[in-house]
Ligand binder design. Structure first.
Ligand code: PMP
Length: 390
């Protein structure tokens, strides 16, 4: 098929061809690649809970007790007892009345946004929001108005000048996944209150990472009760798979009745839900894990910046080391891989052309010695590729 050949050829020519690489996980921070041990610096397993004994044990016990698959959607026959526990735990952790779990974070965004707004409504969306937010906006058929990244003057101008017959929704990542910065949620909430808009925050990279004990962006800014829709994932710091929306009881009942990605998809396996429950329990009981993560991230950011590398963002474990062209990002990531470190090369269309980067993620599972060695190797690669001047 000609159009497929043309597309794939073009991707290769532009250094944008993608294919998954198989890593064999060893523990929360190490993988085998071609049978050689590598340090993982590209995972969203921020707290290292994928291999925590309590989390693994909970998953095993769930399989023993309830089997493997769920057998149906939540509203038919798939709602096994662990769901209720997880939704209560999530609501308690986030400080909301209720929560509902979706099969993935992607489905939570797509389902919630398309349920909350429709034709006649307007969504105000940060230009760097995650693809699942963008797709949720498209699917909703509401008018989508994109504001420049974290630019609050631009958001205000658009709120003032965009006519709206229905209702308004402002949606933002809490922690931006490719940029590692935190959204100015305090100002967003003030504007939302002034212009009567709902606020939705995506805490995929904020849950377990920022806020009191890792409670996310709303907690980080002390905005409890002022953000109507808090979305998050179970797939990153919570070491499982899935997404959730936390909010008022009324909001959650609305989504259960209206969000198509919730209604029409088979529920998650008991082991998946059990692992997430156990991860919340470990997180709630061990706030020092979040402190360790934050300290590791701050150390690495300081080290790379001091050496002269440009590291965007701040205050999060996502460290985008800016390199510019896609080919340089790939070369640097390959060199590091050969030295035993897995770091992702992020290229267009995930980020704008000319802003390719190495996306380094630090975890609470990394030791200081590992971070020191990784920093040395990254800085040395930066010298070789001309990103750091002697
Ligand atoms: N939102 C953001 C900001 C994300 O980074 C991601 C995942 N990369 C998602 C949503 C989707 O979550 P999931 O991977 O659980 O589908």
């Amino acid at each position: 098929m000609h159009f497929i050949d043309t597309y794939l050829h073009e991707r290769r020519e532009l250094d944008l061809y993608r294919q998954p690489v198989t890593y064999q996980p060893v523990d929360a921070a190490h993988v085998l690649l071609d049978n050689k041990p590598h340090l993982m610096l590209a995972s969203n397993n921020y707290l290292g809970l994928t291999h925590h004994p309590q989390v693994k044990q909970a998953a095993v016990e769930a399989i023993e007790r309830y089997g493997t698959g769920s057998g149906g959607s939540r509203l038919t026959t798939g709602s096994h007892p662990l769901y209720e526990v997880l939704e209560q735990d999530l609501a308690a952790f986030k400080g909301t009345e209720a929560a509902v779990v979706f099969n993935t974070g992607f489905m939570a965004n797509v389902g919630a946004i398309s349920a909350l707004v429709g034709p006649g409504d307007v969504v105000f969306s940060d230009e760097y929001n995650h693809a699942s937010i963008i797709d949720g906006c498209r699917l909703s058929r509401a008018q989508t108005v994109v504001y420049r990244h974290a630019d609050m003057e631009h958001l205000q101008e658009l709120l003032e000048t965009t006519p709206c017959q229905g209702h308004r929704l402002i949606v933002t990542d809490g922690v931006f996944s490719m940029d590692g910065d935190i959204a100015p949620l305090g100002t967003i909430v003030e504007l939302a209150e002034r212009y009567t808009a709902l606020v939705m925050v995506d805490d995929a990279h904020a849950m377990g990472v920022i806020g009191q004990g890792g409670r996310g962006t709303v907690s980080h800014f002390g905005l409890q009760g002022r953000v109507q829709v808090q979305m998050g994932t179970l797939s990153k710091a919570l070491a499982s798979e899935g997404g959730y929306i936390a909010g008022s009881r009324q909001l959650i009942s609305y989504l259960v009745n209206k969000a198509r990605s919730y209604i029409f998809s088979t529920a998650q396996a008991p082991a998946t839900i059990a692992a997430a429950c156990a991860a919340i329990s470990v997180l709630s009981g061990n706030p020092e894990l979040v402190h360790k993560l934050q300290a590791n991230a701050a150390w690495m950011r300081h080290e790379l910046t001091q050496a002269g590398l440009t590291v965007e963002g701040g205050g999060t474990p996502i460290l985008p080391v800016m390199v510019g062209e896609a080919a340089v990002a790939i070369r640097m990531s390959r060199e590091l891989r050969e030295a035993g470190f897995i770091v992702s090369a992020i290229r267009p269309p995930t980020v704008p052309p000319g802003t390719s980067r190495l996306r380094l993620t630090v975890s609470a599972a990394h030791t200081q010695a590992e971070l020191v060695e990784a920093a040395e190797k990254i800085i040395a690669a930066g010298y070789r590729l001309g990103l750091v001047q002697e």
